[in-house]
Unconditional design. Structure first.
Length: 86
């Protein structure tokens, strides 16, 4: 990764969107919601509670989305993270 977050910021790669429901019904693109979970790709030097590789849950409108090397990423503050999966 060529981008290093500063202070208490983290870079997150959102997990993949669900293509179909548990019952087997396919979800059209217009009805899909963006997942609120992802994996931390990079963490700033002041991050105390999370590290690279952690799987997290974050607020719905957290951070700023950007594209890098064909990947859709989000940069957000550590405060926007709601929880870390153990």
């Amino acid at each position: 990764m060529g981008l290093k977050p500063l202070h208490d910021r983290v870079i997150v790669q959102r997990k993949a969107e669900e293509e179909k429901t548990a019952g087997g019904i396919y979800i059209p693109d217009s009805a899909k919601e963006k997942p609120q979970g992802g994996i931390i790709v990079a963490a700033g030097p002041e991050c105390k509670t999370v590290a690279e590789g952690d799987i997290i849950l974050f607020a719905k409108y957290a951070g700023s989305e950007f594209s890098m090397d064909g990947d859709e990423l989000i940069i957000m503050r550590e405060d926007d993270i709601l929880g870390v999966f153990a």
